[in-house]
Design a protein around this ligand. Structure first.
Ligand code: NAP
Ligand code: ZN
Ligand code: ZN
Length: 349
């Protein structure tokens, strides 16, 4: 077995704490990655605190992983020891079903294997990236350019692809008015991508303290969503709105902000469902949709796009010893804009 150490939660009510465990020895198609940085996604908090009701313990969270390959299985051709690589939210899928064959492994018809907190198809519990190393099938490992700051690249593996994919799918670009709801980890990446794709971008935020940052990150306009008059000014004008908010909130004013036939896509996953006034959908034939992460080829495309355009996340790098305080600051929407754990800190006392 491959020895690993990280930080785990033992229950919904206990803080993360040091944890030793083992991972499988690499199979022929596996890559062993020594983890350098791991981003802190709000999904880690939802899961660890069992807000979605599907938690399994002990759990080592973390699915925004950057590291160096330390060993490869006998059939691995894509990678060699020393390569800088990334691992995201899924580590396996059936690779046979129509979704997998279409390159949408995240929608695998028999269920993709999440990076942590689930039994994989061999019955082993997956454990994530707040740890020293990880063993992953090469299909779910991505090449990372060494041109970019690796700490800033880590959040691209979840926050990046989760916003890149729907913005591409709904064709955010020139002559499109695009809204981003929530300026957190996902929201700030959505803003950077929508701006980079050439769309007219409006950032919605509840935090007045983030207005200047939103403009710096590429917003053409910023709306304080708690102000009904400011919301009304945009009624019927958007081609697409992407909602990245982690907590229950009223989405009806955003539906009213869409044009006829436009789409409101949800990537945030609050623990309680919203109340929707159906009239907002019916009268202008508007759509409501959702999206999770992206396929493996699209994730590589996004990483290559970021290397070309010099796009990374705005990060605050922390040692693992500060993870429990970091969770509280994420819940309070007080991080600008993603915590990333420096895994070298694992070896400190
Ligand atoms: P985050 O960094 O905490 O950002 C969430 C933002 O939502 C906050 O910064 C805040 O922005 C806004 N917000 C928070 N509480 C709010 C409230 N009560 N009312 C209105 N706005 C509020 O979280 P994240 O890591 O970006 O993740 C966001 C959500 O996406 C989470 O639910 C996560 O589980 C989900 N997620 C989904 C996928 C997927 O594949 N679909 C992938 C990753 C994450 P302002 O301060 O600007 O208002
Ligand atoms: Zn995530
Ligand atoms: Zn499949």
């Amino acid at each position: 077995m491959t020895q690993s150490h990280g930080w785990a939660a033992q229950s919904a009510a206990t803080p993360l704490a040091p944890f030793r465990f083992s991972r499988r020895d690499p199979r022929e198609n596996d890559v062993v990655v020594d983890i350098q940085f791991c981003g802190v996604c709000h999904s880690d908090i939802h899961f660890v605190r069992n807000e979605w009701g599907n938690a399994v313990y002990p759990v080592v969270p973390g699915h925004e992983i950057i590291g160096r390959v330390s060993a490869v299985g006998s059939s691995v051709s894509k990678f060699k020891p020393g390569d800088l690589v990334g691992v995201g939210v899924i580590v396996d899928s059936c690779r046979q079903c129509p979704s997998c064959k279409a390159g949408d492994e995240q929608y695998c018809d028999v269920g993709a294997t999440l990076t942590y907190g689930v039994a994989d198809r061999y019955g082993d519990l997956t454990q994530g990236g707040y740890s020293s190393n990880i063993v992953v099938h090469q299909h779910f490992v991505h090449t990372v350019s060494s041109k970019l700051d690796p700490a800033g690249v880590a959040p691209l593996l979840c926050a990046g692809i989760t916003t890149y994919s729907p913005l591409r799918h709904w064709q955010a670009g020139p002559n499109k008015k695009v809204g981003v709801v929530g300026l957190g980890g996902l929201g700030h990446m959505a803003l950077k991508f929508a701006h980079s794709f050439g769309a007219h971008v409006v950032q919605f935020t509840t935090s007045e303290s983030k207005v200047d940052d939103a403009k710096r990150l590429g917003a053409d306009d910023v709306v304080i969503s708690k102000d009904p008059a400011a919301m009304k000014k945009h009624a019927g004008s958007f081609d697409f709105i992407l909602d990245t908010v982690s907590a229950p909130h009223d989405i009806n004013p955003y539906l009213e902000a869409l044009k006829r036939d436009a789409t409101y896509a949800q990537v945030g996953l609050p623990d309680k469902p919203p109340i929707i006034h159906m009239g907002h959908l019916l009268f202008r034939r508007r759509s409501m949709s959702g999206s999770i992460i992206g396929g493996m080829a699209e994730t590589q495309e996004m990483l290559d796009y970021c290397a070309e355009k010099n796009i990374t996340a705005d990060v605050e790098v922390i040692p693992i010893q500060q993870i429990n305080e970091a969770f509280e600051r994420v819940v309070g929407a007080q991080v600008k804009y993603r915590f990333v754990i420096d895994m070298a800190s694992l070896n400190r006392a």
